[in-house]
Design a protein around this ligand. Structure first.
Ligand code: TA6
Length: 300
């Protein structure tokens, strides 16, 4: 569908329009009374979210690359249909292919309270089927209102069950990593991926002063990022997710990645609502699985 056709069919005045921001990269640009949000069609990737009168809640690297087939540093990358390295084929992309293939717009709606709703569908191809042979259309629903609500939907249209790994790998914008705490995971077991993998139990609120890469398992709890610098807290509520990943690459790893910028890692933390490791999901024939997150702000 051309950009003109896209706008003819799905643009809504005072809500959503579509623009090409780079060769082959089209975004849905949402602006309503509650705030602004940009979503690339490649990867159905929520790249930005800024509630009206607030600092951005979602972090996007100033060095993020917007190019066909390239993952974007920041925003809400969709890790699907596996999380982390592929279980058997190291040649396949880490975190699956959903975030780097085309998605199509299926629906846009202006809801009564001036909230904007969009629904996207992953465009399957020979290339995706070669990596994932299960007929399982993926969809993403995004609702931009006082909160940001994202639902990742997996349908099993086959006669066999399949095992799904997934995450909404969200980068949150913070004033400074040294002025931030994450509550909600106290008492949870986690797989510590920094250095020799090890299983540990989280004692108190999470503070970060070095590289952190942890997969908390068997938790459906909300997380709250308390940001003393911005005098606000970001609440991360979820359903359909039993894992929460907390990640900050710190200096060395961020520099190696090349798209964080000099001190980018200080202004972000990933709190990812996932199903990974112990919490992979078996989707039975005919079943539909939903991973839902809702992000909101609270004063502190
Ligand atoms: O979720 C944390 C993590 O798995 C880290 O290990 C790191 O690889 C990060 O994701 C970013 O991965 P990416 O493929 O987006 O560079």
């Amino acid at each position: 569908m051309t950009l003109t056709e896209l706008n003819q069919r799905f643009a809504i005045s005072n809500h959503v329009q579509f623009k090409e921001i780079a060769d082959g990269i089209i975004i849905a640009e949402i602006s309503n009374q509650h705030g602004n949000c940009n979503i690339t069609l490649q990867g159905a990737h929520v790249a930005t979210w800024q509630p009206r009168g607030q600092e951005p809640v979602i972090w996007l690297s100033p060095y993020a690359k917007f190019a066909p087939g390239k993952s974007i540093r920041g925003g809400v990358p969709i890790c699907w249909p596996w999380f982390g390295p592929h279980a058997t084929d190291a040649k396949l992309s880490g975190h699956g292919y959903a975030r780097t293939v085309q998605w199509e717009v299926l629906e846009t709606k202006a809801l009564p309270d001036d909230t904007t709703f969009l629904r996207f569908g992953l465009v399957e191809s020979d290339a995706t089927r070669a990596q994932w042979p299960h007929p399982s259309p993926a969809q993403l629903e995004v609702t931009i209102g006082k909160t940001l609500r994202i639902t990742l939907i997996t349908q099993n249209n086959s006669q066999e069950s399949f095992i799904l790994g997934e995450a909404l790998h969200t980068y949150f914008n913070i004033s400074d990593v040294a002025k931030m705490k994450i509550r909600g995971l106290e008492g949870c077991d986690y797989l510590d991926k920094v250095g020799e993998p090890a299983r540990r139990t989280q004692q108190d609120a999470i503070v970060i002063d070095s590289e952190v890469d942890r997969v908390y398992v068997d938790t459906e709890a909300d997380c709250v990022i308390e940001d003393a610098g911005l005098k606000r807290a970001i609440r991360i509520a979820k359903s359909g997710s039993r894992s929460t990943v907390v990640w900050n690459p710190w200096t060395e790893k961020a520099n190696k990645m090349g798209d964080f910028g000099e001190h980018g890692y200080r202004g972000m933390v990933c709190v990812e609502s996932a199903n990974a490791f112990d919490n992979l999901v078996t989707v039975k024939p005919g079943e539909t699985h939903r991973l839902v997150v809702e992000y909101s702000l609270e004063a502190i």
